[in-house]
Write a protein that binds this ligand. Structure first.
Ligand SMILES: N[C@@H](CCC(=O)N[C@@H](CS)C(=O)NCC(=O)O)C(=O)O
Length: 99
């Protein structure tokens, strides 16, 4: 596991097994992440659809880039792409994630 430099944000809802699996994988990676609950947040759900092209939760972003849901995160890990992404520092002028 490289030193984590990346900013990881995960959008979740209250009852969401895939959210739990995504958080478990990130925790196994010893990744720090910001969790944003979009339960009853139609504004954020609409933004997520635009930003990710997906309608499900969780939605995970690394340095503002959409990764997708748990299956996408897991596939990225299996192909060896997750650790490098977690090691990438965000650009200094990156806008904050909506919350
Ligand atoms: N392939 C997706 C499946 C995610 C999924 O089905 N999430 C459920 C909640 S655990 C969901 O969003 N259901 C529809 C909804 O809540 O609007 C992933 O791995 O993240």
């Amino acid at each position: 596991m490289p030193m984590q430099a990346a900013e990881v944000t995960i959008y979740v809802t209250d009852y969401c097994p895939y959210c739990a699996m995504a958080k478990r994988l990130l925790t196994q990676k010893q990744a720090r992440f910001t969790e944003i609950n979009v339960e009853n947040r139609d504004d954020l759900r609409a933004w997520l659809v635009k930003a990710s092209g997906q309608r499900t939760v969780p939605q995970i972003f690394i340095n503002g880039a959409s990764i997708g849901g748990f299956s996408d995160l897991s596939a990225l890990d299996k192909e060896g792409g997750l650790d490098p992404r977690l090691g990438e520092a965000p650009s200094a002028d990156a806008p904050p994630m909506p919350r």
